[in-house]
Design a protein around this ligand. Structure first.
Ligand code: UT7
Length: 333
């Protein structure tokens, strides 16, 4: 999906991220399930992940990341007009996690809602917020990817529990000037035929958790990993190529690709297919695992704060997740 409506440029004015303190290493997991550091490292690249405290929810992670993004953008909570939280691990089914974030920040003027697009959610939120700002409906937006996946993982299932972690990443979008920083192109897509490949089957209206099924752990992530893997590589390649072309860029113009952090082998395969050298691809999954909607914005914030992205650079963000969903954005910083 793409289209016109870019009359008013919209830029990323600030980024922020937050990771819970508790670290869960591959060695820790070796004591919990039949796995090994060697398997996890060679199949995924993950070495450790963060786990939120019992009283730390997705909204808390989102709020902490949002505060840092606001500070970097030079805005206060009072200035905020729109908050979109992308999450598949909301604090509650309703109200939206974004409402708790609005309350935590004291951003009383902001309209707040969630979107559910799994690992692609942050880039879906970017597309929505960009259009709403570009159309003149809002002056600025806080977009956040926030997940407490540890609450939705079956800690006895080695095929999934080694992969995921908790965290949040955020960005402030606001109106820009022609020739300055700008989100140049966005792409989002969905293939609902593949819902069976990656889902949380229980806890929704299709399968409420009851006393009768409570022992089946249906409110946890279920994935056919090797099938998801193949879709991930082709969809992210195509989505990234689409935004590079729409932005009028060539692969050699891209200073940094910031991909979804699910698996190092997927990231390497995408770099290869995009003809972008590995040193222009940002990787931090060894520290945090797969944090779903939070992965792209956490990576973006780390890349920005460590000087890997500078004013005028062209970058590409690209993600893929349950749905199946995929998304990409080409940005001039
Ligand atoms: O973020 C949303 C999108 N998600 C993704 O993009 C994830 C995509 N998929 C993947 O990253 C990979 O498919 C995984 C990392 C999930 C799995 O890697 P794989 O190379 O596709 O392995 P596999 O699922 O084909 O399993 C290979 C073997 C199996 O054993 P057998 O049947 O060959 O004897 C599994 O039982 O590895 C076994 N296995 C494990 N062994 C040790 C699965 N999990 C583990 C484990 N430790 N944790």
């Amino acid at each position: 999906m793409s289209g016109p409506g870019n009359s008013r440029p919209v830029a990323i004015a600030g980024t922020g991220s937050y990771l819970p303190e508790r670290v869960l290493t591959n060695a820790d997991l070796e004591k919990m399930v039949d796995t090994s550091d060697e398997w996890i490292t060679s199949r995924t690249g993950i070495k450790e992940r963060r786990i939120a405290a019992d009283d730390e929810f997705s909204s808390h992670l989102a709020t902490n990341a949002g505060r840092k993004a606001l500070e970097q953008a030079g805005l206060t909570a009072d200035d905020l007009e729109l908050i979109i939280v992308a999450t598949i691990t909301p604090d509650t089914l309703t109200p939206a996690t974004a409402c708790y974030v609005q309350q935590n920040l004291g951003a009383t003027k902001a309209v707040a809602f969630d979107i559910s697009a799994a690992c692609s959610g942050f880039l879906y939120a970017m597309k929505i917020a960009k259009r709403l700002i570009s159309d003149g409906a809002f002056e600025n937006a806080l977009i956040v990817g926030a997940e407490k996946l540890s609450a939705f993982v079956n800690w006895e299932d080695r095929s999934t529990c080694v992969l995921f972690g908790d965290g949040a990443g955020a960005a402030i979008l606001k109106r820009s000037e022609p020739g300055k920083g700008e989100i140049l192109a966005t792409d989002i897509g969905t293939d609902g035929r593949q819902t069976r490949l990656l889902n949380i089957p229980g806890g929704g209206s299709a399968c409420p958790i009851t006393i009768a099924n409570a022992d089946q752990r249906l409110a946890s992530l279920s994935m056919i990993g090797n099938e998801v893997f193949k879709h991930a590589v082709t969809r992210m390649r195509d989505s990234a190529n689409a935004v590079i072309a729409r932005a009028g860029l060539n692969p050699e113009d891209i200073k940094l690709v910031v991909p979804h952090q699910a698996n190092l082998r997927i990231i390497d395969a995408i770099a290869d297919r995009l003809a972008v050298p590995n040193d222009r691809v940002f990787v931090n999954l060894h520290k945090y695992g797969n944090t779903s909607a939070a992965a792209c914005p956490i990576a973006l914030d780390e890349a920005h704060r460590t000087g890997r992205i500078e004013k005028g650079d062209h970058i590409v963000l690209v993600a893929f997740g349950a749905g199946l969903t995929w998304a990409a954005a080409a940005v001039r910083w």
